[in-house]
Design a binder for this molecule. Structure first.
Ligand SMILES: [Zn+2]
Ligand SMILES: [Zn+2]
Length: 289
């Protein structure tokens, strides 16, 4: 079933300023009622004039469960829905014609005078019909893309961070991060680089440089450590800087995980691969909550 979600404006804005996430977290299990390939539509209330506008269509790529500690501390809720990066879209809120009449015409009842209020609490996510989805798709076909919803190449960011190259990180973000807040940029220029290097040292020691996915290590034969820290929830997409959000991967697995945007599911400690296949970790280790 496709879904409709009311995104609080401040949460939506935070996502844009911290690195657009292409995912959504909810306590409600209903978030996982969506099938892979179906759309979750998000709308918000624009504060400048109080109008309701469409802000995103996430085309479901994977449904996962968050790490229990992160779910608790960040109040994310347990359930996460990941949008496909090539098909999902964010829409420009400013200048958009209000969509309240369209949403009120969909097949569910809105019992309160305030549309936003009827989506509060457990009603934050609603299932909609395919006909509802078609109506929203029609509206969205006329909308402009949000220019701040731009992906930063996280694999390049991580490689530069691991090398400790602050200047190149600064250049990369200047070119590729049009919407990030100054605060987030300052964090990515500096502390994030040092923390990435420090997590890499910690994880190499913890796993004797073995890849958590395949167990490969270059330490014995080559006497060199080349496994790398990978952020499960990308830093450039707003991911937290916690041990529960990093793992150790060999360079091959690190590369392919980024290439296919493999997301991680804490329910069974596996990566979700294309075609809804999964690959479990050989050493889940510190990721087991
Ligand atoms: Zn590996
Ligand atoms: Zn990575």
């Amino acid at each position: 079933m496709p879904l409709l979600y009311f995104w609080r404006w401040d949460h939506y804005l935070r996502d844009l300023r911290y690195g657009v996430g292409y995912h959504l977290n909810q306590k409600a299990k209903k978030l996982h009622a969506i099938e892979i390939g179906e759309s979750l539509w998000a709308f918000t209330r624009r504060p400048s004039d109080g109008a309701y506008v469409l802000v995103a269509e996430l085309v479901a790529k994977a449904k996962t469960i968050n790490h229990p500690r992160l779910a608790r501390e960040y109040r994310y809720g347990r359930h996460r829905l990941w949008g496909d990066l090539t098909q999902s879209r964010y829409f420009l809120a400013e200048g958009q014609a209000p969509v309240e009449q369209v949403i009120r015409a969909l097949s569910f009842d809105v019992r309160t005078a305030s549309l936003g209020r009827s989506f509060q609490g457990p009603g934050g996510v609603r299932t909609i019909t395919m006909a509802d989805h078609a109506m929203l798709a029609q509206v969205a076909s006329l909308l402009e893309a949000e220019p701040r919803a731009k992906l930063i190449p996280e694999d390049r960011f991580e490689a530069l961070a691991l090398a400790g190259d602050h200047d190149e990180v600064r250049r990369l973000l200047a070119d590729d991060a049009p919407g990030l807040s100054q605060e987030r940029l300052e964090y990515l220029y500096g502390p994030a680089i040092n923390r990435t290097r420090s997590w890499t040292r910690t994880l190499r020691e913890m796993y004797q440089d073995r890849c958590q996915l395949c167990g490969w290590s270059s330490l014995g034969q080559y006497r060199a450590e080349v496994c790398e820290a990978h952020h499960l929830h990308w830093l450039s997409r707003g991911g937290p800087d916690d041990l529960e959000n990093v793992m150790l991967l060999c360079p091959n697995h690190h590369r392919v995980v980024h290439r296919v945007d493999a997301v991680f599911d804490f329910s069974d400690h596996s990566f979700v691969l294309p075609g809804e296949r999964r690959q479990g970790l050989r050493e889940p280790g510190h990721l087991v909550g």
